[in-house]
Design a protein around this ligand. Structure first.
Ligand code: SAH
Length: 344
């Protein structure tokens, strides 16, 4: 592959790569781009799945409202604070608070108070939320309270498939929120699942195009894994290679973005996360949710690390990362895409 400079960050060239190059070649290029920009560093984020209460009924998700087979929980602010404190003492500098979508138990006011409290004690950290939809005023309040980053995947860029998977919800609503996040100065993350029912090559390219148009600071993608307690239980699990190709294309398309090696990849292949890190990803998210809760945050089956203490996960990840000749970084790890977009 010649003229790398012409390929990186150029959607038309990415389309050519998608159809004309082998996955192996695409991955090789993605690795070069990743090393050039982030070196061999892998940033860590402490993931706290603080509530599985959800009012949404997404067809793919194990914590959808109609799944009555799981006990529901919401951690108290004190419990969340304690986990952040322990994470901080272990060296973590970024925390991702993730939950279902539920406006009654998860008021944005409460999230504002929680963030203010955490930031009062730990000022040199970044707080990321991943709690579904909020309107612009609510997002402004969250930003003012100290939330730095927000993750909300668009899941799939095809409107018809999106509406089907999300029970009539409109894709434009999430996209509008993503533009609001950017306007309000959040480090903005989104992404999609790979291997959803109805997905074609064209849809995969649409997904990449939307990430590009949104100029995302963070992009999380992972394989869709059918969950037995959902309407999509009989869907076919696609091979991980499909996700690896998409991660590699994303790295070439959005060279400065932070891209996590997701837990879903590690759940369908024991070396799934390492393979993602060797295909352009540069972030890992140890799950530091207390064990008694994480066992009920089952978005998909066979989710890894749910019987382990997340602080042990950090040690395990260090070994895994060293084995692929990369190194864990305890820096705050702001996206270089964000730094370029909003210079200090
Ligand atoms: N409620 C929040 C967070 C959702 S959970 C929100 O709506 O944004 C985080 C991500 O897990 C989802 O965005 C989705 O992409 C992924 N996910 C859910 N079910 C999954 C499944 N069965 N297989 C793989 N990934 C899944």
């Amino acid at each position: 592959m010649k003229n790398i400079g012409e390929i990186v960050g150029n959607f038309n060239k990415i389309e050519e790569l998608f159809f004309e190059q082998t996955t192996e070649n695409i991955i090789q290029l993605a690795n070069m781009v990743c090393s050039e920009i982030y070196g061999e560093k892998v940033f860590l984020r402490g993931l706290i799945e603080f509530s599985n209460q959800c009012n949404a009924n997404c067809l793919y998700c194990g914590i959808r409202k109609e799944n009555k087979n799981i006990p529901r929980y919401t951690m108290t602010n004190e419990e969340i604070f304690e986990v952040v404190k322990k994470g901080y003492e272990s060296g973590l500098k970024t925390f991702v608070l993730q939950s279902g979508e539920n406006n009654t138990t998860l008021s944005h006011r409460n999230l504002c108070n929680l963030t203010t409290e955490i930031k009062k004690h730990f000022s040199d950290i970044a707080i990321t939320l991943s709690c579904g939809y909020f309107n612009k005023t609510q997002l402004k309040n969250l930003k003012d309270a100290g939330v730095d980053r927000y993750l909300i995947r668009f899941e799939v860029a095809d409107e018809k498939i999106y509406t089907y998977l999300k029970n009539g919800e409109k894709l434009s609503k999430r996209i509008e929120m993503l533009y609001n996040l950017k306007e309000l100065g959040f480090e903005t993350g989104s992404g999609f699942m790979v291997g959803l029912p109805g997905e074609t090559d064209l849809v995969l390219l649409q997904n990449l195009k939307l990430c590009y148009d949104l100029n995302l600071d963070m992009v999380g993608i992972g394989p869709f894994i059918p969950h037995p307690d959902t309407p999509l239980k009989n869907a076919t699990l696609q091979p991980l290679e499909k996700t690896l190709k998409m991660v590699a294309l994303l790295r070439i398309l959005l060279p400065y973005s932070n891209i996590p090696a997701t837990t879903a990849a590690g759940s369908i292949d024991i070396l799934g996360r390492e393979k993602m890190l060797s295909s352009g990803a540069n972030v890992l998210m140890p799950n530091i949710t207390p064990i008694k809760y994480k066992q009920n945050y089952v978005l998909y089956p066979n989710k890894i690390c749910i019987n382990e203490n997340g602080f042990g996960c950090i040690k395990c990840l260090e070994k895994r990362v060293t084995a692929i000749k990369k190194e864990i970084s305890f820096e705050i790890g702001t996206s270089k895409n964000f730094n370029r977009r909003i210079p200090k």
